[in-house]
Design a protein around this ligand. Structure first.
Ligand SMILES: *Cc1c(COP(=O)(O)O)cnc(C)c1O
Length: 847
């Protein structure tokens, strides 16, 4: 007789994972009926979206199981990417593309009387990150899976992601992002892998059976972490990795205990404490708030993840000798840096290892990525808070510090300054734990995210550490996934490229170089231009719908979308807009190249200057857009609620990419890469990855302006006086005076005094020093745009030379030079992927 498991498998592969149009149609109908619980007479668009998502999910699950089996059987080394943020974007189209299901699903939907376009908008975007750092983690997951690298991303399942931004009366208003309201079809809860996380209380020492000194942590509260797995498929391969996000829950036993003891309120309070931990993402980019809940979040997800990693390891091992050969743990910034102390605690207290052995394992397992040079962004936690929340970790950190400082003292006898600077503990009125130092001391490798950034990390930010351990420092220039940021966001361009050079660029972005052969082909250029025109037209319609502003599709689409931050200098861009406005007002018949200056980005809710910048932009827009003298030559737009989905729509529509941070402040940037990959030209400073983008695309295809990082430092040293620039530059003076006089805020003339005060008296980010250089460079941009044939040529060359900025390249470097991991290819047995060659998706629409 045939055995049941075999019968089961035949069923599974045929009906639930089949990729023929017939199988997909049957699955859609089935899922609508049995999962959504509706038939055609009651189903709405959202039900169809869910039915479709579950249809895709079944195919993911099948590959996920095969992938997990292969990793387990081969006992491969696994990359564990720890990140407090994963800004993954919508998953439906991405999953369809990576699985090779786009075409058959499209057909199955059509034959069922549905259209993919109408269902896409049913998906909530998981906004589990603030900006570049979270988005980088998402691009890395895509590349890891595509390169067939065993990997798990670990993070937090925030119940509320980054807030939704509305603009009211020109100001940012925040709305909660209740993204899980209607359920999330992409996640699989794994309550069986739940773990316990302790907080507070005190420690006790004791002597174990073998006479060893040991410490026991007696916590005040225990919280439970439940993992939710999101499958991450690679492109054009069978690998499906996992993003494992932890949700916090109260420990039931604990509640019950206190409840019975009669303290009802305390029981409820403890429950609230636990469930608050994964409640909301802190909406700050580059400025940690130093709040207790934030440290709780960090420790919570790190402890859950490390316990999970150890559980996975111990399935195949009975001691820790091979741990660093089976686990590479990457710390994405200092948010998970507490992991260094937590792994030590787990090895010492839970697994009874000895200190030196545990420390050796820890240092051979962790690596740390630094993401910022801004001093206010460096995480420090008050020792008092640390001791209250994580008493055992504070002891371990003191012990690590003791050993570390002995090493420093040995190497640099009688250099008290060095000891002070390098210590894990910052002395002062309030003692603080320096998380970047902990991450560095506990890791075998520290990396910066672009060449210039790494140099500044070595020479400035972590100079003492670099002197002590020069071999520890590496550079890994960031990248972006070409699947989401070209194929998915710009299908017509992807199709044209594929028509000319084939589809290998999707897995090897250096292939784009072959486009250079067509740069002088007039027909090719015409099609290139038409695609850009179409993308601009779509975005113009979006602006018409959302902002009620009519923009000229033939004007320069000059776009700055990114988080609002002083160092990113949105205000410098606004000063240029006002300068153009004044020129036209002074000479109403001026022949200038029409421009549409588009801004977008969220401000941290407590960041006063960033919110003022938004109000400034919207105020300037009100005046400029309503002045009949402009006659369509200048428009200003602030698009609200910048997100991954909006980015996918906006980057392809840009002619000009604004990358204008003060040199030395933007670690890398990845928005710069997305624009360039979609054929925009960059106006930028020599900062972050701009330096390398310019190197790749050629100086003649990049609009460079401004001080260099060295010049910024030198000017600061000499004593920078912004007021001198104001006094000596009449155009600049006019702009500042208008802002100060209330020209752009007639109802409240002093509205922008805080900005004026900051610019004239401090100007930390040197906007005034760079103003003239920027305005001149913008004039060059306008002149270049007049010669649209040549502009197109530059646009093509930008795309053709972007190969370096694929996150596949970045990840391949991490694998080789930091993680020492190898790919594992996944066989599906009898079942094989239907995809043969590239399927180009349709042009995305945004409601
Ligand atoms: C790429 C991206 C960023 C990072 O942009 P930068 O210009 O590098 O700051 C931020 N947010 C979203 C949604 C992104 O897609």
């Amino acid at each position: 007789m045939n055995t049941q498991p075999n019968d089961l498998r035949v069923y599974v592969e045929d009906d639930r994972t089949g990729t023929t149009v017939e199988a997909l149609k049957r699955a859609l109908a089935d899922n609508l009926y049995y999962i959504q619980g509706k038939d055609e007479s009651f189903a709405n668009l959202y039900d169809y979206y869910m039915a479709l998502a579950y249809t895709v999910r079944d195919r993911l699950v099948h590959r996920r199981i095969k992938t997990a089996q292969a990793y387990y059987e081969k006992d491969t080394k696994v990359v564990y990417y720890l990140s407090a943020e994963f800004l993954i974007g919508r998953l439906l189209i991405n999953n369809l593309i990576n699985l090779g299901l786009y075409e058959p699903i499209n057909q199955a939907l059509q034959e069922s009387g549905l259209s993919l376009d109408s269902l896409i908008e049913g998906e909530e975007e998981p906004g589990l990150g603030n900006g570049g750092l979270g988005r980088l983690a998402a691009c890395f997951l895509d590349s890891l899976a595509t390169l067939e690298i065993p990997a798990i991303g670990y993070g937090i399942r925030y119940e509320f992601g980054i807030f939704d931004q509305e603009i009211r009366d020109g100001w940012q208003v925040e709305r909660p992002d209740n993204w899980l309201r209607f359920g999330n079809p992409w996640e699989i809860p794994r309550p069986d892998y739940m773990v316990e996380v302790k907080f507070g209380g005190h420690t006790e020492s004791y002597t174990d059976a073998s006479g060893q000194y040991r410490v026991r942590w007696m916590p005040r509260i225990t919280v439970y972490g439940t993992p939710y797995d999101i499958p991450i498929p690679g492109y054009g391969c069978n690998t499906v990795n996992t993003l494992r996000l932890w949700a916090a829950r109260a420990g039931q036993d604990f509640d019950f205990h206190v409840f019975n003891a009669g303290d009802y309120t305390q029981a409820v309070a403890a429950k609230t404490f636990s469930e608050n931990i994964s409640k909301v993402l802190y909406p700050n980019d580059h400025t940690p708030q130093g709040r207790e809940l934030r440290l709780q979040q960090q420790y919570f997800f790190v402890s859950c993840s490390l316990q999970d990693i150890i559980r996975l390891y111990l399935r195949k091992h009975n001691n820790f000798d091979a741990f660093p050969d089976k686990a590479a743990i990457q710390l994405n910034d200092t948010h998970p840096a507490i992991g260094v102390a937590e792994l030590m605690r787990l090895l010492l207290d839970e697994h009874q290892l000895e200190w030196d052995y545990a420390w050796d394992i820890t240092r051979r397992t962790f690596a740390y990525t630094n993401h910022t040079l801004l001093s206010e962004a460096l995480e420090r936690w008050p020792v008092s808070l640390f001791g209250r929340l994580l008493p055992r970790h504070l002891e371990i950190i003191y012990a690590i510090n003791h050993e570390f400082l002995m090493e420093v003292r040995q190497r640099y006898p009688s250099d008290a300054g060095k000891l002070m600077r390098m210590s894990l503990i910052e002395e002062g009125e309030e003692k603080q734990v320096r998380m970047a130092h902990l991450a560095c001391v506990g890791s075998h490798t520290v990396n910066g995210v672009a060449a210039l950034h790494t140099e500044l990390v070595k020479k400035e930010l972590m100079r003492d550490f670099y002197e002590l351990w020069p071999q520890k420092f590496q550079s890994k220039t960031n990248g972006i996934t070409p699947r989401r940021w070209l194929l998915m966001s710009n299908p017509p361009l992807a199709e044209l490229i594929t028509e000319k050079i084939g589809d290998r660029w999707l897995k090897d972005l250096d292939e784009l170089r072959k486009l250079e052969a067509f740069v002088d082909d007039p027909q090719f250029r015409a099609r290139w231009r038409q695609i850009k025109h179409d993308r601009k037209f779509s975005f113009a319609q979006y602006i018409q719908r959302h902002n009620g502003i009519e923009v000229d599709v033939n004007s320069i689409f000059d776009i700055q979308i990114k988080r609002i931050h002083e160092y990113k200098r949105q205000i410098l861009n606004a000063l240029h807009v006002i300068t153009l406005y004044n020129r036209i007002k002074a000479n109403p018949d001026l022949e200038i190249v029409p421009r549409t200056v588009i801004f977008g980005g969220k401000a941290a809710p407590g960041y006063f200057m960033a919110k003022m910048a938004i109000k400034l932009i919207t105020s300037v827009a009100d005046v400029v857009n309503n002045d009949p003298d402009m006659r369509g030559r200048l428009k200003v737009v602030f698009v609200s609620n910048y997100s991954v989905s909006l980015g996918q729509f906006a980057y392809p529509a840009a002619d000009l990419s604004e990358q204008i941070s003060t040199a030395g402040k933007e670690a890398s940037g990845t928005g710069n890469m997305k624009f360039s990959l979609n054929g925009a030209l960059t106006i930028g400073t020599l900062d972050g990855a701009n330096v390398e983008i310019r190197e790749e695309v050629g100086a003649e295809n990049f609009f460079l302006f401004g001080l260099t990082a060295q010049e910024v430092t030198d000017l600061k040293m000499q004593g920078y006086r912004p007021i001198d620039y104001y006094n000596s530059n009449p155009a600049l003076k006019q702009v500042i005076d208008q802002l100060a006089s209330g020209f752009f805020s007639p109802k409240e003339p002093t509205l922008f005094m805080s900005i004026i005060d900051s610019l004239l008296n401090h100007d930390e980010y040197m906007l005034l020093a760079d103003y003239q250089s920027y305005v001149d460079c913008q004039e060059q941009v306008s002149q270049a745009f007049r010669d649209y044939e040549n502009w197109t040529r530059m646009s093509i060359l930008n795309v053709a030379r972007m190969g370096k900025f694929s996150s596949d390249r970045t990840i391949a470097e991490y694998c080789r030079e930091i993680w020492n991991v190898e790919p594992v290819s996944i066989e599906l047995g009898t079942y094989s992927q239907s995809d043969a060659g590239l399927k180009i998706p349709k042009v995305p629409e945004l409601a």
